[in-house]
Design a protein around this ligand. Structure first.
Ligand code: ZN
Length: 114
């Protein structure tokens, strides 16, 4: 599987008990700076707060707030990332099983995870 998000630690926001990362899918703003589509606040206890931005907005933009801003910010709280990834893998297998003989099978096929 090849990653399409480039993650970078935000050094000035990270310390002994927390790490913050920003992730970019490669988009650039009008000044040529990376658009950070994702922000992940990773706590020492394994919990993470993951934020996804859309429409060319990214971490650090001057947000006008839910409904007023075009960023369509979405937040996910995940208590154990490793466990959640495992559970998503189970979901992937269930969805593949469901679609194996239906329209969409080509999108859910065995080779679609890279
Ligand atoms: Zn916003």
């Amino acid at each position: 599987m090849s990653g399409t998000i480039k993650w970078e630690v935000i050094k000035e926001k990270s310390e002994k008990y927390k790490a913050e990362f920003r992730g970019s899918t490669g988009g650039r703003d009008y000044k040529g700076s990376p658009i950070w589509d994702y922000h992940a606040y990773c706590k020492w206890d394994g919990c993470i707060e993951l934020t996804q931005y859309s429409n060319g907005y990214g971490y650090g933009h001057e947000c006008l707030g839910v409904g007023a801003c075009g960023c369509e910010q979405q937040d996910f709280h995940i208590c154990s990332l490793a466990e959640f990834l495992f559970e998503l893998g189970v979901l992937l297998e269930e969805a593949r099983h469901y679609y194996r003989d239906k329209p969409g099978a080509e999108y859910w096929g065995e080779n679609k995870d890279g």
